[in-house]
Design a protein around this ligand. Structure first.
Ligand SMILES: C[S@@+](CC[C@H](N)C(=O)[O-])C[C@H]1O[C@@H](n2cnc3c(N)ncnc32)[C@H](O)[C@@H]1O
Length: 250
């Protein structure tokens, strides 16, 4: 689903190839539909997955500035971050579970691409200095059960002195009862407040339900505690968004 959506967003972006049209003539915007398990539905334009640095948020620039050495861009999507790093001469590998997303990345010129998950990539024997979880992809740590597994897999691929740079969002500033109620319901079920249960839809396609974590920096510190990593820095200049830097502990 993500791949088909990116393919269409890329066709709109370049003006090349078939794309959804209204009445067979007029381009339709490519919209990612995000459905939460309480019934909340949001739509977001997919075009931003292809944005060049001139359209990025300030924290994206700061994240890219911190990348050094062999870098793994986890959930690279349309490859916007990987392309920028490549242009700077940073050796970057784009990892994604979506083959369609990787196809778009290849078209756009990302040279080093790996299909699959972090866990599967461990067996490939490659080692990295920087791991990026950008575009809110701190969410991939999912929750209390998944976090230690993912953090251990990253540590298994880490060179000495390695860092993780992750973009997260603190969900708890809101007073919207729809969200505060959702957070409470999650906690009653033993989940973290912002442990979202989502599925994505595009046109007639949809993903299965999956967990995606939106957590505060305090919650992140608890999740990281006891893992091979320590939370070295939280840059919240663009609150509620933040960039968390993890470093291999001692
Ligand atoms: C929210 S997008 C972020 C894209 C990109 N990082 C950016 O900033 O534009 C999430 C991406 O992660 C990928 N993804 C989802 N689960 C994954 C997993 N377990 N391992 C690797 N990639 C994953 C999706 O296919 C998608 O391309």
């Amino acid at each position: 689903m993500f791949g088909e959506m990116l393919r269409d967003a890329y066709a709109v972006h370049t003006g090349i190839g078939p794309r959804p049209l209204a009445g067979g003539r007029l381009p339709r915007p490519v919209i990612e539909i995000i459905e939460r398990d309480d019934g909340l539905v949001n739509g977001a334009p997919a075009a931003h997955y292809l944005d060049g640095p001139e359209h990025w948020q300030p924290y994206d620039h700061r994240a890219v500035d911190r990348a050094r050495g062999a870098t793994l861009d986890i959930g690279t999507g349309g490859g916007r971050i990987a392309l920028a790093l490549q242009e700077r001469g940073v050796p970057v590998t784009g990892l994604d579970t979506s083959l369609g997303a990787l196809r778009v990345c290849r078209h756009r010129g990302v040279r080093d691409l790996v299909p699959g998950t972090v866990d599967a990539h461990v067996a490939d024997g490659r080692r990295y200095d920087t791991f990026l979880l950008l575009g809110n992809n701190l969410g991939l740590i999912e929750g209390r059960e998944r976090a230690p597994v993912l953090l251990a897999a990253l540590a298994a691929m880490a060179r000495p002195g390695a860092q993780v740079i992750a973009h997260g969002t603190d969900p708890y500033g809101t007073t919207d009862p729809l969200h505060t109620g959702y957070h409470e319901r999650n906690r009653r079920r033993g989940r973290l407040g912002g442990q979202l249960r989502l599925r994505l839809r595009y046109r007639e396609l949809g993903t299965d339900w999956f967990d995606y974590l939106v957590c505060s920096a305090t919650e992140l510190a608890e999740l990281v505690h006891g893992s091979p990593w320590e939370l070295a820095d939280v840059d919240d200049r663009d609150a509620p968004y933040y960039l968390a830097t993890l470093r291999l502990a001692g």
